[in-house]
Design a protein around this ligand. Structure first.
Ligand code: ARG
Length: 460
């Protein structure tokens, strides 16, 4: 079958392979709803400005609605010969309603049509994602509140550093996602602009009313320059950038979950429904969900680079190169939605092994800094107290004793400034509650941070 929609100037038919090579319908058909929605708005506007009669408009709008039903019922015959989603639907419309169908494309080009469809599609997907971010973030806040006083080791260089509360750690994850969601909301301002009316590149000679179409489609405004409107895909790049950052954040969380569910850490139990087994090793319970999310980060990072490279050096205005924008964008959306969903389900189900976490903090000399600070309060300069505590730690390593397990006389060998009150600061609870300022790990601060975060979420 030959493409009848632009064949006028051609004297031989398209090479069979070229036809398949240049077609996009096998992937861009997932924008059929947006394509129909955009066409219906375009027809409505054309009738209002007198380019179509009301009867023509109605025939087009109803015909498109029927086509949507055919597609959704799986009855639509997609044809590679018709290249893309736009021409497939338009050709079917003409099949159904005759010559009026051929009037739909008045004052429009596939160049502004496709740019409009992608933006509508991405906008719809971003709306779903907004909810997914919220769901995951709310799960983190609830868990953080419950675990506000749960003690675990905090790490730097993956070595035990200072005790922190698990709630505080969860709130660090929350902050990452909070910024990602802000980026999503901000990106939406630039995604939700309407290219339609730009036509092929220069605008159109028909008396179109872009503001009206814009209103019908729920865009925040029109793209101000027709050349720019059909050619730039920066909004998709920007989206992929924020998606890549979210995946990067999820990959960091994943890495911690993989470590923490290992027998060696054993900080966390992940319910069986988020894990899989091994076909050879009967004892295995693998944290597949976080591992997969960690792995999928690579795809989204790759899509960002693909789109940047696709856009680079393209002359104005539309070039066929831009047909390559869709698969990376679709996959970025699918990947981030799947990952957000998996995390949204999984996070509330984490089961911390509180005693194991606490014991890990106790064993790692996590309160060494607290002892150094204690000596400073007794009048010793910090560098000297650092040295003193370092010696006490070396002694502890040799004797296999935590600082809090040493007797007062043992501790006094390192400084006679150490007195009975030292044990208040050497306890894990003392250590975390002493970091009692905004952004600190004290349980009270964690609870206050959760309350502030809830409030802020309610206001967005
Ligand atoms: N399938 C095309 C795309 O995805 C639609 C626009 C084609 N326009 C053109 N003049 N070839 O970009």
């Amino acid at each position: 079958q030959q493409n009848k929609l632009w064949g006028g100037r051609f004297s031989e038919s398209t090479d069979q392979f070229v036809q398949e090579f240049t077609a996009s319908v096998n992937f861009d058909r997932r924008m059929y709803r947006q394509d129909i929605f955009g066409s219906q708005a375009h027809a409505t506007m054309l009738a209002e400005v007198g380019v179509l009669t009301d009867e023509e408009r109605d025939a087009i709008i109803n015909g498109l609605a029927e086509i949507q039903k055919e597609i959704e019922a799986g009855e639509f015959q997609w044809s590679v010969a018709l290249e893309d989603v736009h021409m497939n639907i338009e050709a079917r419309l003409t099949d159904k309603i005759g010559i009026t169908g051929k009037k739909l494309h008045t004052g429009r080009s596939r160049n502004d049509q496709v740019a409009t469809d992608i933006r509508l599609w991405l906008r719809d997907e971003m709306l779903i994602m907004e909810e997914q971010y919220l769901h995951l973030m709310t799960g983190l806040l609830n868990l953080a509140e419950r675990e506000a006083a749960t003690i675990m080791p905090g790490f730097t260089h993956l070595q035990t550093a200072q005790p922190v509360t698990f709630g505080h750690h969860l709130l660090a994850w929350f902050e990452m996602l909070k910024r990602d969601r802000e980026r999503l909301l901000d990106c939406k301002k630039r995604v939700n602009r309407m290219p339609l009316g730009a036509a092929a590149l220069a605008g159109t000679t028909y008396p179109i009313n872009r503001e009206r179409t814009c209103e019908l489609l729920g865009f925040d405004g029109v793209c101000e320059n027709s050349l720019d409107a059909v050619s730039d895909r920066d909004f998709a790049i920007e989206f992929c950038a924020l998606a890549a950052l979210t995946m990067t954040h999820l990959s960091r969380i994943s890495e911690e979950l993989v470590l923490w569910t290992s027998a060696q850490f054993n900080f966390i139990n992940l319910p069986d429904r988020f894990c899989t087994g091994s076909s050879i090793m009967p004892q295995k319970k693998n944290p597949d969900v976080p591992e997969l999310v960690r792995g999928k980060t690579g795809r989204v990072n790759g899509h960002l680079i693909s789109l940047l490279t696709l856009m680079k050096s393209q002359p104005l205005a539309y070039n066929k190169d831009n047909q390559e924008d869709k698969e990376p964008l679709y996959d970025a959306v699918d990947t981030i939605k799947g990952s957000l969903r998996a995390f949204g389900d999984m996070i509330p189900a984490l089961e911390p092994n509180r005693e194991v976490m606490r014991e890990a903090a106790r064993r790692g000399f996590a309160t060494a800094t607290d002892l150094a600070d204690y000596l400073v309060r007794k009048g010793i300069a910090f560098r000297d107290s650092h040295e003193i505590v370092g010696k006490a730690v070396a002694y502890g390593v040799e004797k296999k004793k935590d600082l809090s397990d040493m007797s007062l006389s043992e501790l006094k060998q390192f400084s006679d400034q150490i007195e009975d009150d030292v044990f208040d600061v050497l306890t894990l609870e003392g250590s975390v509650s002493a970091r009692n300022h905004i952004g600190g790990t004290a349980p009270d601060q964690v609870r206050a941070a959760v309350a502030r975060a809830r409030q802020a979420l309610d206001n967005t």
